[in-house]
Design a protein around this ligand. Structure first.
Ligand SMILES: C[S@@+](CC[C@H](N)C(=O)[O-])C[C@H]1O[C@@H](n2cnc3c(N)ncnc32)[C@H](O)[C@@H]1O
Length: 218
């Protein structure tokens, strides 16, 4: 979430959709917001996040150290201090099922920033469903609010350990159109094309490109 570091994205409340079992997606965003809401489909992942919030696990320390080094000491924080700030700012860990619109119960907490990493294409089985997700996410946001999405293009599967997960094979044009025709203006789009994979690497994922998109609700 280096986009926040660059100074374009600011806000009071940040919602991360599909956080997974670790808080890595909010480490760099944390100093720029007052409140952080995490969410995930899986109860196991939500329990892992709660466990971390309750200070019963320190998962993410190495990545946090890496991010603090990248920041160049800007916030004069150690890893335990950044973790304490995140624990303090995480106000809720919510269940979400993106395929069931209206599934996130935010109460009065309307997010100024929504972030989501590697989640929308995992949650959706076809492009139509992806578009519905974009519309739903847009319905959670006021005009001018920010959406930062990390995604992969043309991936059909990824593997974590011995478990293989399916993924929606979606093109760059389908992703961009889903946002621009559903109330978002894309401000920045950065992409990463992986080098040719070894046979062993090819067993873990077949994505053709990864992207980081910053869009604003218009
Ligand atoms: C590849 S992981 C990404 C986790 C984390 N955001 C990251 O970047 O490492 C995909 C996440 O999407 C969540 N997910 C899967 N289906 C979902 C759904 N229908 N609604 C919301 N989240 C879902 C999974 O539980 C998982 O945590």
């Amino acid at each position: 979430m280096h986009i926040l570091v660059q100074g374009n994205v600011r806000g009071n409340t940040l919602l991360d959709i599909g956080t997974g079992p670790t808080i890595h997606s909010v480490i760099s965003a944390c100093p720029y917001v007052q409140k952080i809401i995490l969410s995930d489909y899986s109860q196991v992942n939500r329990d892992a996040l709660q466990h971390w919030k309750d200070n019963k696990s320190q998962t993410g320390s190495a990545l946090c150290k890496f991010i603090l080094d990248l920041e160049g000491g800007k916030f004069h924080q150690t890893v335990p201090e950044r973790f304490a700030e995140i624990r303090n700012k995480v106000s809720a860990i919510l269940p979400v099922d993106l395929t069931q619109c209206s599934s996130i119960h935010l109460g009065n907490d309307y997010p100024d920033i929504i972030v989501s990493s590697l989640c929308f294409e995992v949650a959706c089985k076809d492009v139509h469903e992806y578009i519905k997700v974009v519309q739903y996410v847009g319905s959670l946001m006021a005009h001018g609010c920010h959406l930062v999405v990390v995604g992969v293009l043309e991936e059909t599967f990824y593997r974590v350990g011995k478990f293989s997960f399916r993924c929606l094979k979606i093109t760059e044009s389908e992703v961009k159109t889903a946002y621009t025709t559903n109330g978002f203006e894309i401000k920045t789009w950065k992409e990463y094309i992986p080098p040719p994979r070894t046979a062993e690497e090819a067993e873990f994922s077949d994505f053709q490109k990864a992207f980081v998109m910053h869009a604003v609700k218009v």
